[in-house]
Ligand binder design. Structure first.
Ligand SMILES: [Zn+2]
Length: 391
């Protein structure tokens, strides 16, 4: 067997830093063999300037929107953003495929090894079949008119079937609700029955208007429904936040990746702590800055005891699909230690996507990818930090 031996200014295991004196040993394919002291590692050690980390897990992306770079301008707010994505997402098949392939390459080269990816169409199947990344496809279900719930579920299930035909060790697919403002009561109930014991995701509390809708049936979304001719006369406000309104629908041991959480409040965290569901908070800081010019309440999210994970969202609301750029922005905007943020990006992400058997940490027998973050200053990323895949 041929070994590779890696040493750097620091090694991050997926949970902790080991310092500069340890050597990571893998086989030629990147299977983790051992982590050992330099004096026991023998010769042919490859030295790197920076931090070595397991490959990143991008817990929220929309590969199929990769052609939408620079289409929606920054700072519109979510309601405008959603309307623009809905009306401007069409493009030629060739254009879409080309953009998805480039995005997949970018994800791979910048150290992402697994992606939780939202799918409204089957467009991304061929790109994913050729990909060396692990994909969890969340086939998205939406429909705010209650009478249409059955039809909307059937449509999504036919897309799910197409993805499931390509299932392999590198792909898994489940249904997921789009967002509290786009899924009706009956559709939530049906989804609960379709996703027993499964991993699902939902866009949650991405803007203040979501709260206004659920509390008082007021706010920006009413305009959106009007513009699209969506009859919301059947919608009853719950008087509660959107999170507290939708979470009780899921009673079948689902684990849930709640994405964005930009407007999540302390009483939501308290509410969640009364529930038994396994919940992950996914933060997409660059997308939040792009759309809403705001950032998630990190300290509040950290206080709840639920694991945090990181996503890029799509090219419609981000300038790159590069986890290290998310990490850099989080470090710049907060004083959260790099060790904690890297845990979100690696072992927490693997736990959320249910792939800890192979990903998220440098443990013997796993093949998590080896990624170098360079231009670091101690345990701080700098503007110049980049990430690249070593193996
Ligand atoms: Zn999204």
């Amino acid at each position: 067997m041929h070994f590779r031996k890696f040493k750097a200014n620091n090694i991050f295991t997926g949970k902790e830093f080991l310092g500069a004196e340890m050597v990571l040993i893998t086989d030629n394919e990147g299977l983790i063999i051992d982590i050992t002291n330099t004096k026991d590692a023998g010769d042919n050690i490859e030295n790197f300037d920076g931090i070595l980390t397991p490959g990143f897990i991008n817990a929220h992306c929309h590969l199929e929107l990769s052609h939408m770079k620079n289409i929606v301008p920054p700072g519109t707010g979510l309601v405008q953003f959603v309307q623009q994505v809905m009306t401007k997402r069409s493009a030629s098949d060739e254009e879409k495929l080309d953009a998805m392939q480039k995005a997949e390459q970018e994800l791979y080269q910048t150290g992402t090894v697994a992606v939780g990816d939202i799918c409204n169409t089957a467009d991304s199947i061929s790109t994913k079949q050729k990909s060396n990344i692990y994909w969890h496809n969340f086939v998205e279900v939406s429909g705010f008119v209650d009478a249409m719930a059955g039809k909307r579920l059937e449509d999504a299930k036919s897309i799910l079937e197409k993805f499931q035909k390509t299932n392999s060790k590198k792909q898994k697919s489940t249904l997921s609700p789009h967002a509290p403002y786009s899924v009706s009561k009956t559709l939530f109930q049906q989804l609960n029955n379709e996703t027993i014991d499964q991993l699902i995701t939902i866009h949650n509390q991405e803007c203040g208007a979501e709260e206004e809708l659920y509390k008082n049936k007021t706010g920006g979304f009413l305009e959106l429904y009007k513009n699209f001719g969506i009859d919301i006369s059947g919608f009853q406000p719950t008087g509660k936040s959107s999170l507290q309104s939708f979470l009780p629908y899921f009673t079948n041991k689902q684990s849930i990746i709640s994405v964005h959480n930009t407007f999540t409040k302390a009483d939501d965290i308290n509410f969640m702590n009364t529930k038994e569901q396994e919940l992950f908070f996914c933060v997409c800081i660059n997308a939040n800055k792009y759309i809403e010019q705001t950032i998630p309440p990190f300290n509040l999210l950290r206080s709840g005891g639920h694991a945090i994970v990181i996503g890029t969202d799509s090219y419609a609301s981000n300038r790159q699909l590069n986890i290290v750029e998310e990490i850099k922005t989080i470090q710049k905007e907060t004083n959260i230690p790099l060790q904690e943020i890297l845990t979100w990006a690696t072992s927490n992400g693997a736990k959320a996507l249910r792939i800890t058997n192979n990903f998220g940490s440098f443990e013997k027998g796993k093949k998590p990818g080896v990624v170098l973050i360079d231009n670091v200053s101690g345990s701080l990323t700098t503007d110049g930090s980049t990430a690249r895949r070593i193996i």
